[in-house]
Design a protein around this ligand. Structure first.
Ligand code: NAP
Length: 252
């Protein structure tokens, strides 16, 4: 029985786990373990075995890979989960366990969009016009970065509540995607939003806000994703990741 660890927390990770635990994969004798950080209180669980919680850095992950006799490692974490991706790359080097990064492609500007790309969250906070009414979708842990912008007003959407104190100029909306264009349009209208701030997460689940912003003629501040660690093989395609996991059976 070959053993695969999927570092998860994304729709792509769940899709890969579902494919690999399906009937053809069972015939291929693959045991799938998915790993979640444990950040979200009620996570969507992938198919197959699931473990929750950190490994204790790259060394901890390397020890776990050895102990569990893992044959292949897929880093299917969110494109902004930079520390976990760095750990995965280092643990792969330490153990020799082959690593593939499964990262959904980023978003691209279309006709009618007015995006400003920035390299970091602090740059996004600095890019806001004085007195802006901001739809902030960069996650609850990014909220402190925007707290200094006391001149602006924020509609901050997150899956779980942010750590208190929440700034008084911030209205928190607890919600989990997928979102619809109609719903995003209504939020923009109701809260008289004049700029959207988002990370370049990519994917369909949270793309509706970009369509709604385009329709409303809103500017978008887009935080660029961090680069993957050097030398890590990457795919944006779940089927390709599945093939990579299964290919060694054919002696590739
Ligand atoms: P991060 O900053 O890169 O990771 C921080 C630490 O959390 C890691 O060093 C690791 O702890 C632990 N960790 C992260 N992902 C893990 C996983 N899949 N399994 C076990 N431990 C994990 O990551 P993050 O940005 O906090 O994201 C945490 C999780 O949420 C990830 O699984 C990611 O896919 C998901 N997520 C993140 C975002 C986002 O915007 N960042 C959005 C949606 C979902 P140790 O060092 O102790 O191993």
């Amino acid at each position: 029985m070959r053993r695969v660890l999927i570092l998860g927390g994304t729709a792509e990770a769940r899709a890969l786990a579902a494919r690999l635990t399906g009937v053809p994969a069972r015939q291929a004798e693959i045991h799938v373990v998915s790993s979640l950080a444990g950040r979200v209180s009620d996570p969507r669980l992938p198919a197959g075995e699931v473990r929750i919680g950190g490994f204790g850095g790259a060394e901890g992950l390397a020890a776990w890979l050895r102990e569990q006799r893992i044959d292949r490692l897929v880093d299917a974490t969110h494109p902004f989960a930079e520390r976990m991706s760095a750990s995965a790359a280092r643990a792969s080097r330490l153990t020799g366990v082959p690593l593939l990064a499964l990262r959904r492609p980023g978003w691209h500007e279309e006709d009618g969009d007015g995006w400003r790309r920035v390299p970091s969250l602090p740059d996004a906070a600095a890019a806001l016009a004085t007195g802006a009414r901001v739809f902030l979708t960069t996650g609850r842990r990014s909220i402190p970065v925007f707290a200094a912008r006391t001149d602006a007003w924020f509609l901050a959407r997150s899956v779980d509540p942010p750590e208190p104190p929440v700034p008084s100029n911030m209205h928190v909306l607890l919600a989990r995607g997928p979102y619809t264009v109609e719903g995003e349009r209504a939020l923009i209208r109701e809260h008289r939003i004049d700029v959207l701030v988002t990370k370049d997460s990519g994917g369909a689940m949270t793309r509706a806000k970009l369509t709604a912003a385009r329709e409303a003629g809103l500017p978008v501040v887009m935080v660029d994703r961090p680069a993957l660690p050097e030398g890590v093989r990457e795919t944006g395609d779940v089927a390709a990741a599945q093939a990579w996991v299964q290919e060694w059976r054919r002696g590739v």
